[in-house]
Structure formats: structure tokens, C-alpha cells
Design a protein around this ligand. Structure first.
Ligand code: SF4
Ligand code: SF4
Length: 434
């Protein structure tokens, strides 16, 4: 039986599970599709280096496969064999992060790690501190099609450390034994469908109407605006910000509560909170109401009417409050719309590979022994709740491993005990003859 566990997804939830396994002496292999682990909230959370990332550097029981994804999973609990395919990085461990390459690269694309607020190059590294700590080439944005068509060599020419290689042989698929699989691939929090849905609240009409995913990235340090909320139209600091929870969900309310705290801590002069909910007493709103009260801000409930641009450069938000609170017009510098999360676009394909089912919304359901789910792959959960789930499933995996090991030890002991019994009987017979 394998003593190794496969963790699919190298976001904070997957890393939490891996750390919990490692602490119990179980080896974890983290398989991450992106070039770094930590996911979009990597490197920093609320301005500090996340302790999970700091702890990883010390942990020998955890290994990472980045730019990697599961191809198939054979076997059963205790004896799975996962086939994992890895894309080439085109940059090897000789990379010293000198950053000579990115400025000369002609290919710029929206940076998915900055919620598209900034641009990155085809050769890039999303954060100043990452695991692994080397650059990668996103071959879909690069001008080259290795190994045969290489019209651009600009990054290669400036790389004094000779770390860039387009002639490498693509890695062969890996076959990894695993006693169990923890799936923590998360949800989609920044997809096109969500942007289209936010359009009804004015998203896309004015640069200072942003989604909560975009604000989140602004509030991270290091981030595109140094950890502060800024107005995309002029990069100035807003004096007034209105947060609008467009749909009530635990995850969206959790994110908005955190953002409310951060804005108040940054001494934004005026922070307003509007919840678009038919039932102001909805239990899911209780934590957000508590944060608002702690920050000394009133949580208004109501319906959305629209948003206009003022000649002053401000936005004019129009809404009605419940019950019977009348119509309001509020001038603000920055309007933030909570964005809803959705199942990962490839959740159904992953479910098929794992032999799992999806629920009617498209989130994965745990239905196969030895496969455990945690975090956004199950639906909308906050980072902390996802971390709790990760800890819980990792502990359950360790418990099952120990039970299975004990059963194997007992089974091994069976024949030995029989032999001893036979020997004892033989000695007794011999004794009787003497
Ligand atoms: S130039 Fe070479 S060593 Fe420097 S960051 Fe780019 S790949 Fe790494
Ligand atoms: S080969 Fe050219 S396009 Fe590709 S990463 Fe290097 S500089 Fe950018």
C-alpha cells in the first residue's frame, strides 16, 4: 500500500491539506496546473506572507508538480495509480530571477494573477516570491512553437544564466502511486460569464466600477497598486467606496466582509455597504452584518437601480432601500460589485477522470472511496472554511491510512502466528515422547 497522497490543486486549500498530511508523516504530492503554487491568493493574504506558504519551504514530505494535470486515475483506495502529465516550463532551475527576459518579450497578455488589472509577458513569474522560484514561458502566448518554429529568441539572448531552453524534450507522463486523492482544485472566480452578469449593475460601463475579484487583487501587497484600493480611471486613492453584495452567498459575503475591514483600516473616508437581498434577515448575512457593525458602518439592504458617471468624475449610484426606505443617489469614487463564484470550467472533465459525479450546479460530489474533496471544488466557501475542510479531510485520510496499515500488519501476522502455533504443538508432542 502506498504511503503517499495525491493533492490535486496547489491553491491555499490544497497546500493546507498537504501540510496536514506532512505533519502526520504522510508524503504529499501536490499537482498544480499553473506555473506556481498558492493560486491567485498566493504569496500574500491580507498583506502578510501566508503562513502556509512559509511553512512549505521547510517541509520535506511535500513535493510539487507545477504546470501539471491529472490524465487518469486507476485502481482503488489504498492502491491508486495516477497518471499526471506535465507541460514544459522552458526555463530550468538555473534561473536566477534576474528579470532580464520579461522586459524584452514582445508578447503581453492580461495577468490572470492580478485579476486582469495588469499585463504580464509570455515569459513571466507572477509574484516576487513564488514556489517554485523560477520563471516560466506560457507557450500559448509566446511567438515560438517549439521545437520546430522559433522566430523569437529575445528572452534567450538576454538570459546570461542560459536558463531558457526551447529544445527540451517534453516530460513523459508520470505514474504516481497514491493511497488517496484530495481534490482541491477550487472554483472559477473570474470568468467571462460572471463579468457578463455584473454588466446589469454597470460593470464594463466605467473603469471605476470594479468586481470584488479586482478589488481583492488591489488589496494584496505586493499587488498592482501596492495593497491599496485605487481608481482604475486615474490610479488615485478613492475617498469614497461603495461595496455592493449583488447576490447573497457565504463566499461572496465573506470576501466582502474582509474587503470592508481592509478599506476601513486604510482610512478610506467613506465606505458604504449595500446588500441586494429580498430578506435582510437572511442568516448568510449575519457574519457580514457583524463585520459592518464592528467597522461602524450601516449595512443597507435594497434593490439596484443603476449607476451613472458624473461630470466631476465620480460615479452616481442609484438604489432603493428596504423596507420602504425610498430611493437614494450616492456619489462615490469607486463602486465594487461582489462577483459570484462558479464551478471550475473543467469540473465535469475532472469528475469523469476521477469517477465522480457533479451536483446540479456543476460542483463535484464525493462518491468514490479514497477520493476526498475540500474547498471551492464543493461550492462557495471562504478561504478559512476551505482551510478547515482541508485539515478535516487530511486527518481523515491519515486515519484511514493507519487503519489500513494496521489491517495489513494483522494479516501479515496471521501466517506467522500459525507457524508459531504449529511449532509449539510439535514441541509439546516431542516433550510428550521424551
Ligand atoms: S533572464 Fe533567464 S535567469 Fe533571468 S529571469 Fe529570465 S529566465 Fe530567469
Ligand atoms: S521567445 Fe519571444 S515571445 Fe517567447 S517568451 Fe521569449 S521573448 Fe517572449
Amino acid at each position: 500500500m502506498s504511503e503517499s497522497v495525491l493533492v490535486l490543486g496547489g491553491g491555499l486549500t490544497g497546500l493546507q491539506a498537504a501540510l496536514e498530511l506532512a505533519a502526520a508523516g504522510v508524503t504529499a504530492t501536490v499537482v498544480e496546473r499553473g506555473p506556481i503554487v498558492g493560486g491567485k491568493r498566493a504569496a500574500v493574504l491580507a498583506g502578510d506572507v501566508d503562513p502556509r506558504l512559509a511553512a512549505l519551504a521547510e517541509e520535506a514530505n511535500i513535493s510539487f508538480l507545477t504546470l501539471a494535470e491529472l490524465d487518469s486515475l486507476a485502481g482503488e483506495e489504498g492502491e491508486f495509480v495516477a497518471t499526471v502529465r506535465q507541460l514544459p516550463r522552458y526555463v530550468n532551475d538555473d534561473c536566477t530571477r534576474c528579470n532580464h527576459c520579461a522586459p524584452v518579450c514582445p508578447q503581453a497578455v492580461p495577468n490572470e494573477y492580478d485579476a486582469g488589472l495588469t499585463y504580464r509577458k509570455a515569459i513571466h513569474n507572477p509574484f516576487p516570491r513564488t514556489i517554485p522560484d523560477i520563471y516560466a514561458i506560457d507557450i500559448d502566448s509566446c511567438l515560438n512553437m517549439p521545437p520546430n518554429y522559433l522566430p523569437c529568441q529575445r528572452c534567450v539572448e538576454v538570459c546570461d544564466d542560459r536558463a531558457i531552453h526551447f529544445d527540451i524534450t517534453p516530460p513523459q507522463p508520470l505514474e504516481l502511486p497514491a493511497a488517496a486523492v484530495i481534490v482541491a482544485t477550487g472554483y472559477a472566480d473570474d470568468d467571462q460569464a460572471e463579468r457578463e452578469q455584473l454588466a446589469e449593475f454597470g460593470y464594463g460601463q466605467h473603469p471605476d466600477v470594479v468586481s470584488s475579484v479586482e478589488l481583492q487583487r488591489m488589496l494584496e501587497d505586493p499587488g498592482p497598486s501596492g495593497g491599496f484600493a485605487t481608481r482604475p480611471s486615474d490610479e488615485g486613492y478613492p475617498d469614497s467606496v461603495m461595496l455592493v453584495l449583488t447576490r447573497v452567498s457565504e463566499g461572496a459575503a465573506w470576501v466582502m466582509g474582509n474587503q470592508l475591514r481592509r478599506l476601513v483600516a486604510q482610512r478610506v473616508e467613506k465606505v458604504q455597504l449595500l446588500v441586494l437581498a429580498a430578506d435582510p434577515e437572511d442568516a448568510l448575512l449575519a457574519p457580514l452584518r457583524a463585520v459592518a457593525s464592528e467597522c461602524g458602518i450601516e449595512m443597507a439592504c435594497g434593490t439596484w437601480i443603476g449607476v451613472d458617471s458624473e461630470d466631476s468624475g465620480q460615479l452616481l449610484a442609484r438604489y432603493a432601500t428596504l423596507p420602504g426606505g425610498g430611493h437614494h443617489r450616492l456619489a462615490v469614487d469607486l463602486l465594487v460589485l461582489s462577483s459570484e463564484v462558479h464551478p471550475h470550467p473543467e469540473a465535469a472533465a475532472l469528475a469523469a477522470k476521477l469517477g465522480l459525479e457533479c451536483d446540479p450546479q456543476g460542483y463535484l460530489q464525493a462518491s468514490r472511496a479514497g477520493i476526498y474533496l475540500a474547498g471551492g471544488v464543493l461550492g462557495t466557501v471562504g478561504v478559512e472554511a476551505g482551510g478547515e475542510q482541508a485539515r478535516a479531510v487530511a486527518r481523515e485520510v491519515v486515519r484511514r491510512l493507519r487503519v489500513q496499515e494496521a489491517a495489513i500488519d494483522k494479516a501479515d501476522e496471521g501466517p506467522r502466528l500459525q507457524e508459531l502455533e504449529q511449532l509449539l504443538h510439535a514441541l509439546i508432542r516431542l516433550g510428550g515422547q521424551g
